[in-house]
Design a protein around this ligand. Structure first.
Ligand code: ADP
Ligand code: MG
Length: 693
């Protein structure tokens, strides 16, 4: 239950004095439905209303606060024209200009002959100074209230910033005093203000420098949010660790057989990742480890060997992939290898129905299926493992540890290995997993050749198609990736279909198309034709990113590359350069590129190191954009900026760990304060992980 002292913060914005129902709706749209959302709605700029120049010297386009005498009203001669109120400051005249204004209202606001203090943006029109819709008009006695520095807020259409600012002011009036949840030493060391003080300060910037993420007030609020994130993750993890694991320590016979049958040796990175995984599995507590490595770095093989470790102990292992295509791909990789060790691998996806499905489900329940590969269908109702010891989850580039962990609940004491091809930076990893063990495959299998990456403006499409024609003549297989259109799958598909049909006019039936809206068997048929047969040019939406392995493919064209996250581009590009032939990647961009856009594509040209690419992207664009946060499943932050506040994450992680170490149930005074923090950020679910909560 939410603590009572937070109740005022979770009142609806419509409860603020002076906010009517119409504005309440718009405020909800701009900031959120509750008072607390308004507090989190940080200013994006400042307006300095202190300048008070004589009218003739008022700089054009700048805010000024003027003390004026009203000379006369000039209603518009027609209905559409503006209403003007002519005023003077003794040095010059200025027209206050109103559109769609009621004359009687204006006569009350600005009576002829009276003095008013008026603040707004000064413009000049045909040599006359004017101010359209002044932000403030007040009697002289109230001038102090407006001749100040005022925050501006990101708003939404139809909601004047002034109203939004007032609403924030209303929310600030109800600020409770909350107990301090940050450790006193950290507060002292950083010189951070208390929570309520920090909130007040961020909404009262003195100048633009006060908007920087590094100011003590902003940093403190960011830290609050990060700490709540890390505490929540630490609680989940602590609960998971409380459930006893089991020690899995196979005799090595299956692993040895598979490794002996490989035509190559494991890389050093694979061997050390395996040593870490086997160490976790052998321990009595449950494993939660992330295996991070580029596409083609050999993760699947590592997963297989780890799974065989479980099978050697008579237990079962499962590998779950995010898509059907990928599940089949993994199956195709794993099955022949496992067979060499005499082990049967099963596959179960949403496509399996009826008797066939029942048979597989039966073998899973009996335990005759030692290794099962599948989609999330694996963990649905009705699928019971006899003795699941290891779950491998291939996340590719979607994250979200909570569902995944609950999946661990299927077995008695399931060890979990999460695989990702996204080289997300450490900081972002921490937002999704907190204190997670990580193994990285940084070394590529030997024999891979570098990819020649070039950037080409889209208006040279014709030349690109000619180049593709030459490559096709030489027997190359080519991917053509179509851009994301406003995150709408339907439009993506339309774009891909259209591109395929133009390319077909030139290349005929050698062109295939694959996208997310196709049915499974249809998709498989196209993929198969690309891999083995008649299709040489595959037009695709980003579905190919997850799970296509055609080692012969050596050319990739990516349209509107500037619209993709770098991590995504990197993953896409990883689909080529897998064999021993030279590969080319053409990044087509819509000109003109922004400066950031140019820098990002340059990173792609210069580097094939996924980790470097991800770090650069984080620096260039900030976290929200890096993976397309919405698609990535990574948590989003309201106050913290994972790029700007990167340094606070490890601090919060250690702080969370320390706090839970001393006070596992959050019962002590600081523990109680930490509970308030969790509720403040609505991590109520995490609080439930506490015993007796
Ligand atoms: P990932 O799952 O990381 O994308 P895979 O495990 O599918 O990578 O490996 C990609 C390809 O590299 C596969 O064809 C695999 O057989 C091969 N491979 C894996 N490990 C090695 C190695 N140590 N040496 C050479 N080739 C390897
Ligand atoms: Mg274990």
């Amino acid at each position: 239950m939410r603590p009572e002292l937070l109740f005022p913060l979770f009142a609806e914005v419509g409860r603020i004095k002076g906010v009517g129902p119409r504005y309440a709706k718009l405020i909800e749209k701009a900031a959120g439905p509750q008072l607390v959302d308004l507090l989190w709605h940080l200013p994006s700029g400042v307006v300095d209303r202190r300048p008070a120049p004589p009218i003739p010297e008022a700089p054009e386009g700048r805010i000024a606060t003027l003390t004026l005498t009203v000379l006369r009203h000039q209603p518009s001669p027609n209905r559409r024209g503006p209403y003007r109120v002519v005023c003077t400051d003794g040095h010059g005249d200025i027209d206050l200009v109103y559109f769609h204004a009621k004359g009687d209202w204006l006569e009350k606001l600005l009576p002829v002959g009276e003095r008013r203090v008026v603040s707004g943006r000064v413009e000049r029109f045909q040599g006359r100074a004017q101010m359209a819709h002044p932000d403030h008009v007040v009697p002289e006695a109230e001038a102090d209230q407006i001749r100040i520095v005022e925050p501006t807020y990101p708003t939404t259409e139809g909601l004047p910033v002034r109203i939004l600012g007032k609403a924030v002011g209303g929310a600030l009036e109800r600020l409770p005093t909350l107990p301090e949840w940050i450790s006193p030493s950290l507060v002292a060391q950083r010189g951070w203000p208390r929570w309520d003080e920090a909130i007040r300060r961020v909404h009262a910037p003195g100048d633009a420098a006060d908007l920087e993420p590094s100011t003590p007030a902003r940093a403190r609020l960011a830290y609050d949010e990060i700490l709540s994130n890390q505490l929540a993750l630490a609680l989940v993890r602590a609960r998971m660790k409380r459930q006893k694991g089991r020690s899995i320590r196979g005799d090595g016979r299956l692993r040895d057989a598979v490794i002996a049958a490989l035509p190559f040796a494991l890389t050093g990175a694979q061997r050390s990742a395996l040593a870490e995984i086997e160490g976790d599995m052998a321990s009595e507590s449950r494993m939660l480890r992330l295996l991070q490595g580029d596409v083609g770095s050999g993760k699947t093989l590592v997963a297989l060997i780890a799974m065989l470790n479980a099978v050697e102990c008579g237990a079962q292992a499962a590998l779950m992939a995010p898509t059907e295509i990928l599940a089949r791909q993994h199956f195709a990789t794993i099955e022949p290898l496992a067979r060499k060790a005499g082990i049967r691998v099963e596959i179960l996806t949403g496509r399996d129905k009826g008797k066939a499905r029942a048979a597989v489900v039966g073998r899973i329940a009996e335990g005759t299926a030692s290794i099962v590969v599948g989609t999330h269908a694996l963990f649905q109702e009705g699928v019971e493992f006899r003795d699941l010891a290891l779950a491998v989850i291939d996340e590719q580039h979607r994250f979200g540890v909570h569902q995944r962990m609950s999946l661990g609940g299927k077995g008695q004491a399931v060890d979990t290995l999460v695989m990702t091809a996204t080289p997300i930076p450490r900081t972002l990893l921490m937002t999704a997993y907190g204190d997670l063990d990580v193994s990285r495959l940084t070394e590529k299998p030997p024999g891979r050749r570098p990819i020649d990456t070039r950037t080409v403006p889209l208006d040279r499409l014709g030349e690109v198609v000619d180049g593709v024609a030459r490559k096709l003549d030489q027997g190359a297989k080519v991917y053509w990736v179509c851009p994301l259109v406003e995150e709408s799958e339907k439009l993506d598909v339309a774009a891909a279909e259209e591109r395929a049909s133009t390319l077909r006019r030139r290349f005929g039936d050698r062109v295939g198309v694959v996208h997310g809206r196709m049915k499974g068997p249809e998709k498989d048929a196209v993929m198969d034709a690309f891999k083995n047969g008649s299709v040489d040019l595959l037009v695709a939406t980003t579905v190919i990113e997850v799970g296509v392995d055609v080692p012969d493919a050596t050319v990739m064209v990516i349209e509107h590359a500037e619209r993709f996250g770098l991590a995504q581009l990197h993953q896409l590009r990883g689909r080529i350069g897998r064999g021993d032939k030279d590969s080319t990647c053409l990044l087509l961009y819509g000109a003109p590129l922004t400066e950031t856009g140019r820098a990002r594509l340059a990173v792609m040209r210069e580097s094939e190191d996924g980790f470097r690419i991800a770090e650069e992207d984080l620096k260039l664009r900030g976290a929200g954009e890096v993976l397309g946060t919405r698609q990535s499943g990574l948590p989003t932050f309201k106050l913290a900026d994972p790029a700007a506040h990167a340094g606070l994450f490890p601090v919060a992680r250690d702080d969370a760990r320390l706090l839970l170490g001393q006070d596992p149930e959050l019962d002590g005074p600081r523990g109680q304060a930490a509970r308030v923090l969790l509720y403040l950020f609505e991590r109520d679910a995490a609080v439930r992980y506490l015993r007796g909560a």
